[in-house]
Unconditional design. Sequence first.
Length: 295
Amino acid sequence: MRRHDFSGPDDLRAMQALASRLWSPTSRFHPGQLAWSRYYRPVDPDALDEGEAIALWTDGAEVVGFAWAEAPDWLELQVDPARPDVAAEVVDWFEEVSDAETQSALVMEGDVAENALAAAGFAPQPEEPFFTHHSLDLVDLPPVPSVPGYRFRHVEQHEAAARAAVHAASWSDVGPSRVDEQAYEQVMGAWPYRLDLDWVAVDANGEMVASALVWLDPAQGAGLVEPVGCVPEHRGRGLAGAVTLAALHRLAGLGAAVAQVSPRGDDGYPGPQRLYRAMGFRPRARTVTWSRSLD
């Protein structure tokens, strides 16, 4: 087994291959989540942001774990459940690259990494904000509702600027968005992005006012909904749900069997969870934050 630092898009694809190999409705990552997390803001494809670090562990040609320190105090990781030894190495690596006095890691409840985190002095924080994986069997997909004055379609290759703008406007009430035209062009160029799974609602003037991006992992026949949004001026009409269903119907048409979405599961931001459960998504597993203080 060997460890190496992230060196560019090939390593992202290797991380996605692990996520695909391990995917289930209760596993940590879908390959689409990794693509979005990497490219939602303008980046150098071969380099990381200041304070960011990524490492991969391989056994022969196969990736058996990766660690993504998105910031010095925050770790995301995925480890093959058959290789708990890798989890211990991931935690040791995080201590090497982090200079934060308080460190946190996000894992699925019951993840193989929990023992390694506990041994290193991390403790679960079940009351911290968390995400809940929800899944939907696509044979149970409800129809796309009609919303008067709007229509739904997938985006075109030349629409990166407009697509970035509707996303940014939809999330403006939670803070400035880093999604711009350059970032969205990166998203469009990332595997497994597909134009026909990137849907928008447009108003009578043809302006994009809501959006839903779905990622298909063809090896698993599993789609991920990430992200969804509606601009504030057009909320309350059911557009976010309708455009998501439009994208999911295309997903089903491609032969996918199941869709996943991971909204917040705590009471601090309950709206998206209600939206997805109304479509038929059902909770499967939740994340837990583990933290330790080094002061």
